[in-house]
Design a protein around this ligand. Structure first.
Ligand code: NAD
Length: 366
């Protein structure tokens, strides 16, 4: 089965409609009266291994919004793990409510729900959950990763994410320019948070001409002072003269409005879900000859880091070694995209499904 449907095509209003069209195995609804915990755990596909994905806490406007989010995010994790060559399936959890509700009992109760799935789902940190929350979850289940370094965990995964993103960008440059050197290339990094700032360091070290933007002025000033990067107003980032656009802030920044403005030859960044509409905007980029490095592949360093930790005896070199494979995988996807005349995101999804199907058959016999 080749999955190319975008989330926009999901039938709304029916839980089973969404689950069947996205291909999920399970949606677990958790509620605990004493702590007020309301959580959803989405398990998309466990052919390659247990479903690993972080827990996001968000004050969703509606239950429907939370369900759509957990299903969308868990599906994305299936592709990310499969394309990265990991023996993991795709899962994700969302906790509904104000992050201020979090305390020890709340997180430990969530840990017990994770435990009840007997290892089919492994959790980690995500938006509004931290390594300290994982410590509470760990008190109730061993099916958790992303613990702090002093507890033997892998700590902040962002440097590994940035490194993989940098290598994916180099692979995309190789495809676009015939050389993967970024020296002298004008690279615009949008968002200099955890991932963006480490990416800027790699780029500056290689001699790229780096432009940075962010909505936090203090952060911009600090990174500019440290690296010599040029500061650009957030509203102007799509219009500047650049070779490479690196989205490292929000999703959906590649859309009708921005594609017509971008003058770059390559898009490669760490943000999730960069294409507003996977099919439409992937196709538009292909037609314009802009090389798009699939986001869920090149930002997989964070997943690689927590997976390395989960396997035990965490070593950062192991995580970096696995992340280095992103370069070859990215180049293979871009070559397939060119040969089959299909958007690179579609080529990546096809490669991910092919691996799931092939490895699934291996498991049919002893
Ligand atoms: P972060 O919150 O540390 O950084 C995001 C930065 O983007 C912040 O500095 C923020 O001020 C800035 N920003 C927000 N809106 C902006 C706008 N409109 N214009 C310019 N800048 C804006 O987050 P992060 O951990 O660096 O993650 C960045 C992206 O990468 C996210 O999409 C995240 O989902 C994705 N990602 C992160 C990791 C990881 O290991 N941290 C792994 C995979 C994917």
């Amino acid at each position: 089965m080749v999955e190319t449907k975008t989330e926009e095509k999901v039938r709304e209003g029916s839980i089973y409609g969404q689950i069947t069209s996205l291909g999920h195995e399970q949606l677990v609804i958790c509620y605990d009266e004493p702590t007020g915990l309301k959580a959803l755990i989405g398990i998309h596909n466990t052919v390659l291994g247990p479903a690993l994905g972080g827990t996001r806490m968000w004050n969703y406007a509606s239950e429907a919004e939370a369900i759509t989010d957990v299903l969308r995010l868990s599906r994305g994790m299936t592709f990310k793990a499969a394309i990265s060559g990991l023996n993991l399936g795709g899962g994700k959890a969302v906790i509904i409510g104000d992050p201020k509700l979090k305390n020890e009992a709340f997180m430990r109760r969530f840990g017990r729900f994770v435990e009840s799935l007997n290892g089919k789902y492994i959790t980690a940190e995500d938006v509004n959950t931290k390594t300290s929350d994982m410590e509470f979850i760990r008190m109730e289940t061993k099916h958790v990763t992303g613990l702090p370094e002093y507890k033997g965990g892998g700590g902040d995964p962002s440097p590994v994410t940035a490194y993989g993103t940098y290598l994916g960008m180099k692979a995309a440059a190789k495809k676009a320019y015939g050389t993967d050197s970024l020296e002298g290339k004008k690279v615009a990094v949008q968002g200099i948070g955890q991932v963006g700032k480490f990416l800027v360091n790699h780029l500056v070290q290689e001699g790229a001409i780096v432009y940075i933007t962010d909505i936090f002025e203090d952060r911009l000033k600090a990174v500019a002072a440290d690296t010599g990067a040029t500061v650009v107003d957030p509203a102007m980032i799509y219009d500047i003269d650049m070779d490479i656009y690196a989205p490292c802030a929000l999703g959906a920044t590649v859309n009708d409005n921005t594609i017509s403005r971008l003058k770059c030859q390559v898009i490669a960044g760490g943000a999730n879900n960069q294409l507003l509409d996977e099919e439409k905007h992937g196709q538009l980029l292909l037609e314009k000859g802009i090389i798009f490095a699939p986001d869920f592949l090149i930002n997989a360093g964070g997943l690689i880091n927590v997976y390395t930790e989960f396997q035990g005896g965490y070593k950062r070199e192991t995580a970096y070694g696995q992340a280095e494979k992103i370069y070859d995988t990215c180049l293979a996807i871009l070559n397939k995209s060119e040969a089959d005349r299909i958007p690179s995101q579609q080529a990546a999804i096809e490669m991910a499904w092919n691996r799931i199907e092939a490895v699934g058959k291996v498991k049919l016999s002893y």
